[in-house]
Design a protein around this ligand. Sequence first.
Ligand code: NAP
Length: 511
Amino acid sequence: MADIDPAADRLASRAPAPRLTAIIVGAGMSGLLAAIRLKREGIHSFVVLEKAEDVGGTWLHNRYPGASCDIPSHLYSYSFRPKPDWSRMFAMQPEILDYFRDTAAEEGLRAHIALRTEVSAARFEEAQGLWHVEAKDGRRWDARFLVIATGQLNKPRVPDIPGRRDFAGIQFHSAEWNEAANVEGKNVVAVGTGASAVQFVPPVADQAKRLTVIQRSPNWLVPRPDREFSRRTKAAFGLLPPLRLLLRGYIYLTNELNFHAMRHPDGIIARVMERRARKHLEEQVPDPELRRQLTPDYPIGCKRILIASDYYPALMRDNVDLESDAVARVHQTGVELESGKRIPAEIIIWGTGFDTASFVAPIEVTGRNGQRLVEVWRDGAQGYKGTLVSGFPNMAVLYGPNTNLGHNSIIFMAERQMDYVMKIIRHVLGKDLRFVDVREEVEDRWNEALQRRLGRTVWAAGCDSWYKHDGKIINNWSSSTLRFAWELRSFDERRFEVAGWPLPAGQELTA
Ligand code: NAP
């Protein structure tokens, strides 16, 4: 695989910094999408700056055993880059990562991507209408547009539990899997029971001497309708695109229907989903005490609904224990629960999620009048249409505030965002403008309406989740994905402050 591409490296080290049309930060699903869209629309003057050693974002980092996507692959792929030969309904991480690697290569993006390049700061220069971007190692770039595509789930969070640093064994976060740590024949403790844990618990249970799963709160879990595609089916998808499109459309619409459960927690879809989850639990877990421990006390959809058919059976193995308690402290040789019970461990796996509140941080982003994004977002991140931020002109945040979903493919959302961003870029370049900046009152009004809608969803009350920060839902989109597409369908200049270029000295207009 290509290392830092020589062309991108040349681009990166030229001094003074060359003026580009766009800088994209991040080469995950959204960053690659942004690059493809620019290229396909004839814009070649851009660079993608990526901190990691390869493209793929979340699919590069989350390499834990069993990692996979809980959206079927025929939908969790770009609309314009179908892959008829997905090996199974829910592809595993290596196949998804290969899809993004192949995309980068086949779309000719490698020449634009500077790997191992961690952006530390971005500052908007109003007079020049330019974004100045700086990497940690001191390299700099200038561009008319800045597209931040760093994701919402990129900062692994390990709770600050007393004694954690005294642990004498091996400990790591699920998104930073220690491939050298062999769980075979070991006493392993896994903390957390979210979407990551339900995937790595079964393969770890297969190998560990003893695995103790520590659950703070149970989750609603439904079966995973996974299956391998036969050679014949894959060939049919290749030869008959309408067949593949039919499957994609079917997956999209059935997922879309699930939003009803989040919008109407007492409605029919929510009831059907809860019944399905309870039936799954009853069928897989005969022990009433274990079943009780695994039954959530909040409405379905409030936390992410988990999809797994091998998690409950793994919990019932003789070498696996479920502890419904919190970790009070970590000792040299294991963990101690709030109840005082001690569990010996040689390996601790933290499946404890991500810092999802800080979005683009630690990148120090400075907009007009020296405003720092971290200050603007002090009371919770917000954007206009989840994509723009007032005071930060010619800048877009893909998978930004209030764009996460609990029910459908995030690639659909990112594609709608890039449709919208391309409209803005074309508008600014086409009219030879210096910048466009969404008006503050427009952004505020949009967010008031958004928060009103969110207040009526299942996420607002009933449980705590990573979707909320200090009680405000800042991660999730409020409605159906179709509504998101509708909201981002056009660029309306009246909602923006529009700046042209100052006329050269001596040519001021006179009345
Ligand atoms: P998560 O959903 O935030 O789950 C974290 C788990 O750790 C929860 O069970 C949480 O308990 C527990 N926890 C946190 N702090 C704890 C503490 N101090 N003591 C004990 N337990 C603690 O994180 P995740 O599983 O990594 O998933 C995050 C998101 O990534 C998902 O919601 C999903 O959007 C995405 N994801 C998707 C897939 C997929 O497509 N298959 C797979 C993995 C991740 P509480 O519930 O009580 O807070």
